[in-house]
Design a protein around this ligand. Sequence first.
Ligand code: ADP
Ligand code: MG
Length: 678
Amino acid sequence: MKILIVDDNPDDRTVLRYIVQSRGHEVVLAGDGQEALTMASAHRPDIVISDVLMPVMDGFQFLRRLKQDARFASTPFIFYSASYIADQDRQLAASLGADGYIIKPREPSELWNDVERIIAGSDKKKSVIGELAGEDAEYFKRYSQIVAAKLEEKVLELEKTLAARKLAEDRLREREAFISNILETVDEGFIVVDRNYKILSANKAFCRFAGLPEDKVLGQPCYKVSHHIDRPCFEAGEDCAVRRTFATEAPHTATHVHVNVEGVEQHVETRSYPIADASGNIVSAIETITDVTEKKRLESHLRHSQKLEALGTLAAGVAHDFNNILNVIVGYGGLMEMTMPKDSPVSPYVREILTASERAARLTQSLLVFSRKQHAEFKPLEINELVDGMRKMALRLIGEDIETIIILAPEMLTVLGDCGQLEQVLMNLVTNARDAMPDGGFLRIETGHLIMDDAFVHLHGFGKPGAYALVSISDTGTGMNAVTRDKVFEPFFTTKEPGKGTGLGMSIAYGIITQHNGYINCYSEPGKGTTFRIYLPLVKTAFPETEGLKSAPVRGGSETILIADDDEAVRKLTRELLEKHGYKVMEARDGVDAVKKFADNTDKIGFVLLDIIMPRKSGCDALEEMRAIKSDIKALFISGYADEVISRKMIVEGGVEMIQKPARPVELLTKIREVLDT
Ligand code: ADP
Ligand code: MG
């Protein structure tokens, strides 16, 4: 059989055609009633299956016109249509001569069953012609009612479809906004580049990195935006992750130095991922760009402090041993001076030896300060007072062609510090500023306070959150280049002529400030001057001031003193000095020996003089054990250096005093007497 299928929807046409053809029938297709009439004339179908609502000419009109043609009066006609107002539809269809009305959608097999059933039925009433086929007035009345109703239904349906589509579109837009929001919010730069390295898409972070608006980024090659060059960066030797992704179709990472539009370098880590089109070809790549400049800065700051730490350990080791030697020189020199007749001809030589030793002692002292092995006396002090107190000294130091401005913060800036040491830091800084301004300039010292937060720490690469007093010292001098700036805190680094600079000023400042749990850093550019900033942790509550040491005349005594020192020369010297001043002396060569001798002679020994660092047992531990034997034992530490731990623990809590090597004889004797008499 030949079947004419009329439907304006190509999908429906295809389904119907398939159903019909698969049953071995021939198919003629038409998209609307008008076309169907032509096809019917040309092909003489045996059956017509038609949709109802169609453009140009709908199914009812088509049926009516067809039935008016005698050739098709008995051709079975089946409507296959979605139902809106089924009953009226069916009635009009039947009155126009339709043989059946199948409601869409229908399963293919059921549909065909329906078709066969309708054809079988139509055979019986083959000659019946539609009652309305000839009656215009009644036909138009019913037809227009139905079509109007149908159209209304259709409009409603379309409105529903539109609403659904709008909802779907809204959802899609929301989703897109959600995704783009994520991309816009993250700190990572994000671009999509095609195989020519042209940027197809970029997020805000990327534009921010580049320092360019989006329209200056999109469509540009990535090497132009990120490196400001006219050919791919890998041709200039860069390791390009995107290039490797295009070559291998796999994700890759690389590190780069990007340069933004202002010429600022950014260390970045890039990752790229392939994007394939529908047929699986890699057409573009996603590249994410993470700014690691800050990470690098933190790393470099850490490396810098580690280097200074290592130098400190080395310097402290040398200074410690050297101090023992100096101790002997100063000690015997002092003894010699004391015992020598005033008019001895060698007296000036001894004086020279002692002066030189004092210079050497100052040097080792500097190294100990740098390495934070120097004993410091922390007391609450006012930064404004300290700075103000330096005013006169600073003015005298710098001369007239340098104008000094001192600006003090209105608030109290109390820190826990060693006044002498902090003064030394300021002096060193002022001296350097003066040296940097041989032709005059401005020196500006300013105090203030600052809250260090996480953001500060991140930005600067150093610090611990908290409240700090800030002292900044700026000069308008020569400034420093990057190399000098990098080494400024290293001991013995100087750019000054031999004899002019020792290279110790800034390393001492560094050591002192670090020992104060503070920070010192420097901002400087050649020709633009220098600013050093010192940050010292502020204390909230003030401590009562402890009284300074009173000076006492040199006096000896008759007590028995146990001296413990692992350096034999030091022991020998001390014994001679003490014996000379009336004391009885016992010696111990380390901590263990000292405790043993003390235990054996507890009643005799009235005083112990302990080196802090000794083999087998430290001076601190030895003293603790002796105290267990006799709790009120009088003691004094003597040391080449004192760790913070030692100074804090024993000196603050244990109330034990300490004297620094090399100790001048008078100093040592005075201190011993002082401790004995308290
Ligand atoms: P010294 O002053 O003996 O050279 P420092 O440790 O005090 O040693 O300083 C080390 C070096 O740091 C100086 O030689 C100088 O190059 C540089 N420097 C320090 N402060 C300044 C400054 N205010 N302006 C320029 N350069 C400075
Ligand atoms: Mg200096």
